[in-house]
Design a protein around this ligand. Sequence first.
Ligand code: SF4
Ligand code: SF4
Ligand code: SF4
Ligand code: FES
Length: 1010
Amino acid sequence: MILVEQDLGTPEPKRNSRHEVPRTVELTVDGVSIAVPEGTSVMRAAALAGVDIPKLCATEKLEPFGSCRLCLVEIDGRKGTPASCTTVVAPGMSVTTQSPKLERLRRGVMELYISDHPLDCLSCPANGDCELQDMAGAVGLREVRYGYQGENHLDLPKDTSNPYFTFDSSKCIVCSRCVRACEEVQGTFALTIEGRGFGSRVAAGANGNFFDSPCVSCGACVQACPTATLTENAVIEHGQPRKTVLTTCAYCGVGCSFKAEMQGEEVVRMVPYKNGGANEGHSCVKGRFAWGYATHPDRVIQPLVRESIDQDWRIVSWEEAIEFAATRLKAIQARHGRSSIGGITSSRCTNEEVYVVQKMIRTAFGNNNVDTCARVCHSPTGFGLKNAFGTSAGTQDFKSVEYADVILVIGANPTDAHPVFASRMKKRLREGARLIVVDPRQIDLVRSPHIQASHFLQLRPGTNVAIINSIAHVIVEEGLVNERFVSERCDPAAYQEWKTFISNPENSPEATEPHTGVPASDVRAAARLYATGGNAAIYYGLGVTEHSQGSTMVMGMANLAMATGNLGRDGVGVNPLRGQNNVQGACDMGSFPHELTGYRHVSDGTTRAIFESFWGVKIDPEPGLRIPNMLDGAIDGHFKGIFVQGEDIAQSDPNTLHVEAALRSMELVIVQDLFVNETAKLAHVFLPGTSFLEKDGTFTNAERRINRVRPAMRSKTGKQEWQVVCELATALGHPMHYASSSAIMDEIATLTPTFAGMSFAKLDALGSIQWPCNEQAPTGTPIMHLNQFVRGLGKFTATPYVPTREKSTRRFPLLLTTGRILSQYNVGAQTRRTQNVEWHREDLLEIHPSDAETRGIHDGDTVTVASRIGSTVLRAHLSERMSPGVVYTTFHYPVSGANVVTTEHSDWATNCPEYKVTAVQVSPGHSAATIELDQPEHRLSALVRMANQIARQWSADPGADAVECTARHLESFWEHDMRSDLASAVEAGSVTVEPVVSDAVRKLVALART
Ligand code: SF4
Ligand code: SF4
Ligand code: SF4
Ligand code: FES
């Protein structure tokens, strides 16, 4: 069965606060009495009374427009036949929706539409899902008096430029729903209606096609279109879907709800779900269209094992793979001790899958050596917010932004990384909220259609804490502190201590300006706006956390929110924009080496006793190893085996060469994933994982919202991932069995006070729930710390600015910072296997024109980026988004190896790597002089990496002779005494290189011999 959501025609009237109880208005519609909130349209009131008025240009997601004239009604005491979508209810109104006159008028409207519409309903992809078809039926249209011979638009060409949907202009009824969806819902303004009268047509951008327009392929226009004019290509190819499965997007931390619309085991389309708490019916290009990776031929669905990483993989049965892994893990522990193995949980997996992995490590491995990929992204959020407020999570739900008056975005790029939330934020900004952006790069939000930041503080990478301190300094110095909030809600001694610290002149904007590069007057103006502009909300991302002072900065933002009283209600708060779909959940599930579920420390005897009695094992009271400690331990020789769940640490963690060396040093690497990724290339056991379309469980998004993930298709591996982990734990001697993933959630609820009221049955009934969910909050907690902080009194903490040790020098004069783009996701394992590559085929190095000019670099040139750790090759893109001295890249392609250059510096409290600041030099080409390797033992692997990059770049260039061009480029470092290293290794077959590299090397060797 396909789930069809009721469309009430126009939106609910806006309220000033979600707690406001609106006045109601009573009216009758076709004799049925109904009371509706003041401001409701007649159309919506009728729908609520169970009376459907025909409509075409109206839809609940968009403001009423009143163009199609199909929804006409009669109202007692009023002249004419007003449009019900644009007419607001009034007390005592009596509405008639059906009369001979109305029927005649509506049929007349439909006749005009149909006389200029192809009569191909039976072969049309929208057949059965077309509002025009439905309305023709609803008004009883049987004939078209005007005939079909007149001037029409039936020969207009199709626009097939977008890889995911087609625009067939011949079917367009010019209702403007697409144009309005792009403006009102998405906020991109890519579409217009050009021409007038009969010549009016929808146009995308100045070039006239969707792909070359500013369109970001969110799908809102496709969703809004009432005809087959805008249709998903998958629907054109496969026809209409037959059943719906409600589930959750597996990309980012927004956690959008989708209807997976299926034909048997095949997804036909993913449609954003109107009742989804996080997205309310909106989507981005990734969740809406980029699901094809789930059935990509690269997916491995059978277990693989090998004795050593230089051997070929052997396909084996599940039993053999489990036995192979368990035997070797036990042998390692017998030889090297209980602590010689550990594991990493994945923020891509469900809560239930994560829970069983950390349980396996704590029970079957018998240690606390479990960590999660949040280590490399939001671990400072957990530390900082817990310290200040008592809970390691954001304070608000997404809806809260609709009540913000000032929005402070720090180190986040929501339009690219959290697009659906960004659309919500942009809507609020268009309504008049003021915006402050703090970022080294001019993100789109700073200036985009109908949005202009009031203040853009373009700071130098690594100076966040200096900026936040200077904002707080102004607030204290200028008497803008909310004394009442502070005295009622915060720890007085900690506040006094902080006040003394922050008042120190060294924190003034004038004193920090030399560090940050931001004019003091701009900081002062932004501080005043944040403190006095009404409800002020902070939204931040990895540009805050991935620094050596990441945790300090989180506490600095918490200080600011407490000092101004911006906590505990709608429109305010401190809100981390979490990266991965389940990074919040992975942290909640006890994935850190020092914490059991619900952030309870392993050293706490009472908590341990609860788990010990339930699990039947003793739990080590000492925290286990973090990811960097495990990797260092491997290199030192005392950490020997690792279980890696859904995480490509060889690509995503900093200092790739170090990670690779650590993995190579281990006796056993087990990877559970969809694809043989860069980490799996160094593994001994590959346990195939499941895509989100096969999973049964829950994800927790950035607003603590737990959403159900339901299987839309059978597991391609024959098992759920949690079953595989339970089998491994059992083979290791600790039996773990669950009847279903729901039973795992029941165990989590039993052991975790913040989840005590959670169950799949309740989630199915309520749709989604934000934790804490327990006796005090049986339906969850949208906004935290309402009257009191979880820790009691809010805690101010002094946050002295300590400059990073990573400094630009004469040798490495530029600062590299990293980020994401919209169409790709993280290391790209999924999105690179979809048509999203059409928007982003390679990672680029953004460099300011003045920095480029002094280096002789032109737009599109290949350049070498070298840090003291390693070097990589990228193509340059000249851009003024960064200040001179700062360069930027994304990290979506393994071939770019952006993390080859990032350093070992990390956050002082959590070890979160300092991805956002790396001192580099950028040089044209790949000259040997630019290969700056301080570690000679890594030189060969760096050479191989660069050679492979060069080969792949030329292989991707259709006009080039890849071998010839690669050989030419290899020559540049060939002459610099590297020939013997690379040539001998390639000839001996001791390194893995692209075939083009082998051919190019052979060519160069032959040339050298002649
Ligand atoms: S896909 Fe989204 S961005 Fe593109 S035109 Fe449609 S609504 Fe606008
Ligand atoms: S493309 Fe669809 S939504 Fe847009 S104007 Fe035409 S019929 Fe309406
Ligand atoms: S915003 Fe995030 S969760 Fe929503 S559809 Fe896009 S990638 Fe998926
Ligand atoms: S639906 Fe009201 S005018 Fe079109």
